[in-house]
Design a protein around this ligand. Sequence first.
Ligand SMILES: *[C@@H]1O[C@H](CO)[C@@H](O)[C@H](O)[C@H]1NC(C)=O
Length: 553
Amino acid sequence: MDGQLLPVLLLLLGASGLWGQGPGPEGPLEEPPEEEPPEEEPPEEDGILVLSRQTLGLALREHPALLVEFYAPWCGHCKALAPEYSKAAALLAAESAKVRLAKVDGPAEPELAEEFAVTKYPTLKFFLDGNHRHPEEYTGPWEAEGIAEWLRRRVGPSATRLEDEEGAQALIDARDVVVIGFFQDKDVATFLALAQDALDMSFGLTNQPQLFQKFGLTKDTVVLFKKYDEGRADFPVDEELGLDQGDLSCFLLTHSMHLVTEFNSQTSRKIFAARILNHLLLFVNQTLASHRELLAGFREAAPSFRGQVLFVVVDLGASNDHVLQYFGLKAEEAPTLRFINIETTKKYMPADRGPVTATSVAAFCHAVLGGEVKVCSRRSPPDWDQRPVKTLVGKNFEQVAFDETKNVFIKFYAPWCTHCKEMAPAWEALAEKYRDHEDIVIAELDATANELEALPVHSFPTLTYFPAGPGRKVIEYKGTRDLDTFSKLLDSGVHLLHLADDLLLEDGQHGPVLTHLLEHHAAFELVAHLLEVVSAGGRGGEGGSVRQFGGRP
Ligand SMILES: *[C@@H]1O[C@H](CO)[C@@H](O)[C@H](O)[C@H]1NC(C)=O
């Protein structure tokens, strides 16, 4: 391993004159000289204030609630957002809502882009009460009504106060999913905060005894009313601990899902956002009556797994080919069930091909959850190590990847994935280049055909580096997929592990030197990237790309 990156790093450090400076933890850069803000209102385009460094301060003083879009003239997403953004402004103006929408051309206003740490376009930030220190990141949808609703829930109350039965009933009737907090006095703030972001539900709030009584409640409770399935679900507030926002949020996500969800491009986002890790899929051809009949039994089994297993129907006819491919299924195999844990990506199939009934569906779920159905993995082929790129399968993966004497670089691929095919020549060339290095193994594993006990593969290709030595370290490679860059990792990985340690502070945070490098030398993406991955690993940093491998988190 030679340290060819060290000179580059030293060069960068020298050039930036960092050693003499040492900005404090707050790191305030020198303030640019104050310019007198012009006193007139900034210009408007389609109801949107157009702000600059000179006018932002004035706008913040004038408008206690201000949403600012940082855009770039060349950015396609910004162009798509523009008409929706203007429409949202018009909707809010029509209601005389006390909120304004504004925009800032990021590339033309680099000081503002830097001050508000804008790294991508569009970025939207919400400023409340003229406080420009801590704007709230916009997290809402990208269409007019969604933007308007996100803002309404911040400038107005996010839940309607309910005083009587008529008010409560009107709210419940108005939408598919309505959530009412019945609180004697505590927990209101937590509830309102949560209601700010759950835009697909309406929220109400009451402390009226007659409403507690009408809905059969004696204690503080959050009730979700829905116009389908069970109709209602109750979340009793813990009397000692109070309302936990995370728990309530989970409860609402879980109980607002339909018991059985049809898979399509609209529902897939919700399915994966539901935070239910187990999914049971029924593959059917909806044009066949004999297949449609199975849905009743499937649905009947669903309620007792609410919150634990998400029931999903996949129609073969509805451009769901990618789902079939992902499960390695052919249309002729329907009707059939598959079970997947989306965290581990382990997939399971029923042991026998019996009919799909409420009983068989429930039995299959219980068997998977109880660990009775084993994930299957293939036997290693006898010639697995004959070619420069070694062929791994479920059976030999563990032994090869975690060999402490070798640096192992593995490509997890899917046979149908085009990016995998594109990078295949570079991978072969890499294996060829290092075939005589005793301590380096270049390998590949078909992640669709082999279930690994604990390594989740979420996208293809996933390139993962398993450095030699103890500790079962796993580094996910996110750099460019070419021979040159791959080689640099193999040549410098170990050296950088030591270097990165010097650049880290005691608590595992980036030291100022490393922070500066990462922020100001984006052109040296590779250096930064490697430092990032190894620094996360050097101290077992949380949320980094390096993980201890071999157990559930
Ligand atoms: C669904 O069934 C119909 C009727 O048999 C058939 O024509 C169609 O090809 C099937 N669809 C798929 C995707 O197999």
